[in-house]
Design a protein. Structure first.
Length: 236
């Protein structure tokens, strides 16, 4: 993953952070709920913001489905990973991720994670939570539920419980999951990522000007954020 911020020229997205005021910074972040590096990237960004003393960070979480063709009810995680990386490689991958997470104060509970879910509905939940000013809380709750508790975040009952924690009713979620317009918006945002050349996540767009790829260390954010904030945010 690159350590050097590069400029991004995104088209206007439907879901956008508010334009930052002086002393603030905005992030539009493409990530998936089942991406372990996205979970690490979120924690590292939070620590980087703490190190720089930035209290006003405006974040829009944008959808990116690593497995857009995943069956709606997901699939067995062991079978999925063996198919993707090859039999016998899962333990080594999980150990490397666990070692990295430990340095950032996170703990992956791989033994509890039995399913690889379809994440479309979880992304819709985050979009709805954004309307309540609770997208970041919902994002964190979904990732913790999956990586730390092994819950199936593609299952309606799990999503309804997390949604209730950010003020969303089960009826509201059920209607949103079936809403063609909202599903179309998610697809449009994912197409936008592809048109920008985003090939992996997490991917951070800072002040609508800089693109940063990968779960960068907190120290990197502490180094580059003051320089990024010295330039005005792009209106494009």
């Amino acid at each position: 993953m690159s350590m050097t911020p590069r400029r991004a020229t995104p088209k206007r997205a439907t879901i956008q952070p508010q334009a930052p005021q002086q002393g603030a910074v905005s992030f539009a972040i493409y990530s998936d709920l089942i991406c372990p590096w996205c979970y690490l990237g979120k924690r590292r960004l939070e620590e980087g913001l703490r190190l720089t003393g930035i209290a006003d960070a405006r974040i829009a979480w944008l959808p990116y489905e690593l497995n857009p063709l995943m069956p709606e009810d997901g699939m067995d995680r062991a079978a999925y990973l063996d198919g993707k990386f090859g039999p016998g490689k899962r333990a080594d991958i999980e150990q490397r991720l666990s070692d990295a997470a430990r340095e950032d104060g996170l703990a992956f509970n791989w033994h509890a994670v039995r399913r690889t879910p379809n994440t479309r509905k979880a992304h819709i939940l985050i979009a709805l939570a954004a309307g309540h000013g609770a997208a970041d809380v919902a994002k964190g709750a979904l990732m913790a539920a999956y990586f730390e508790q092994g819950r199936d975040i593609g299952a309606f009952e799990v999503l309804a419980g997390i949604g209730a924690g950010v003020g969303l009713s089960a009826a509201e979620l059920k209607a949103a999951f079936a809403d063609p317009a909202l599903n179309g918006e998610i697809s449009q945002l994912e197409s936008q990522a592809a048109s920008m050349g985003v090939q992996g996540v997490p991917f951070f767009i800072v002040n609508n000007r800089y693109g940063v790829s990968g779960a960068q260390p907190a120290a990197m954010w502490a180094e580059v954020l003051p320089r990024m904030m010295a330039e005005p945010a792009s209106a494009d």
